[in-house]
Ligand binder design. Structure first.
Ligand SMILES: C[S@@+](CC[C@H](N)C(=O)[O-])C[C@H]1O[C@@H](n2cnc3c(N)ncnc32)[C@H](O)[C@@H]1O
Length: 269
């Protein structure tokens, strides 16, 4: 049920906001420049950053002179974003029912948010609704686990030593929009035109081989739920396998995991 999944995601994000900043902050900001370039964020552009989390994209857009607002359904995230960037407007709201009137914005961005939504197509339709004709929409998602080492290592270890079919509220496939053709199809279905997709290379630096396990357990929602539902014995083996795999990426004491993103952008005709 989409409602169950949304409630699960909501309670998860309410409790991991600070941990998310520490673990993912230096990673997800690597997409900001290409994302803002994709929607032409600049002086006077009315931009809404959906699923803004700690507010990184909205703040960077404001720095470019855009009239930027960030929206997120987590009160914790909104309060964190407002503390970090007191000069930027942040509001609590649902990506699937944006509290904005039709045709009122020039640009909408979603940085690593779409893959957390119960109804991502509804969020794309909402982005379309609030944009005026000629308005630009862009989102990022993780590339597939074969390319994103952090997810490849984690899911590989769970598949080897644990159980992928645990009793969690079922959500849409995490890597659905990593498929370029699927992203294009979804944008066109919502009415967008001129879709363009590209890959953004990103590197995740972690302080130790064990860090990935700790991060996935404490700073994520769906993956943390997957780990929480493993038996203690399976979890120990998963942890060891993740550390051994992470060690292969160690350079001078730092683990460097390739974590490319897919950036999709399109225009409302
Ligand atoms: C992975 S974080 C991305 C945060 C940020 N955009 C970044 O670049 O790091 C996902 C965010 O999506 C938010 N979120 C999930 N479902 C949402 C929904 N239905 N409406 C609004 N925000 C949502 C979460 O609260 C969380 O802050």
């Amino acid at each position: 049920m989409p409602g169950d999944f949304k409630a699960f995601e909501h309670s998860g994000w309410e409790s991991v906001a600070d941990a998310y900043v520490r673990a993912f902050g230096a990673l997800t900001i690597q997409c900001i420049r290409p994302l803002l370039d994709a929607v032409g964020a600049g002086p006077g552009v009315r931009l809404l950053d959906v699923a803004t989390g700690p507010g990184y994209v909205a703040a960077a857009a404001a720095e470019r002179g855009a009239a930027a607002t960030g929206v997120d359904f987590s009160a914790q995230m909104v309060s964190l974003a407002a503390q970090r960037y007191p000069n930027v407007e942040f509001r609590q709201g649902d990506a699937e029912a944006l509290p904005w009137v039709d045709s009122s914005l020039d640009a909408v961005t979603i940085n690593f948010g779409l893959l957390h939504l119960a109804r991502p197509d509804q969020a794309i339709a909402e982005a379309y609704r609030v944009l005026h004709p000629g308005g630009r929409f862009a989102f990022t998602v993780w590339a597939k686990p074969e390319e994103t080492a952090g997810f490849g290592i984690t899911l590989g270890a769970i598949q080897t030593h644990g159980n992928m079919r645990v009793p969690l509220p079922e959500g849409p496939p995490f890597f659905r929009f990593s498929d370029w053709a699927e992203s294009v199809r979804s944008l066109k279905t919502a009415g967008f035109v001129d879709p363009e997709i590209k890959k953004i290379e990103q590197m995740w630096q972690l302080p130790s081989a064990d860090a990935l396990f700790e991060i996935m357990r404490t700073a994520t929602v769906r993956t943390a739920g997957l780990l929480e539902n493993q038996s203690p014995q399976a979890l120990r083996s998963i942890r060891v396998m993740m550390a051994n795999a992470s060690r292969l990426y160690e350079r001078s004491g730092v683990v460097e995991l390739p974590m490319p993103a897919i950036l999709a952008r399109a225009v409302k005709p």
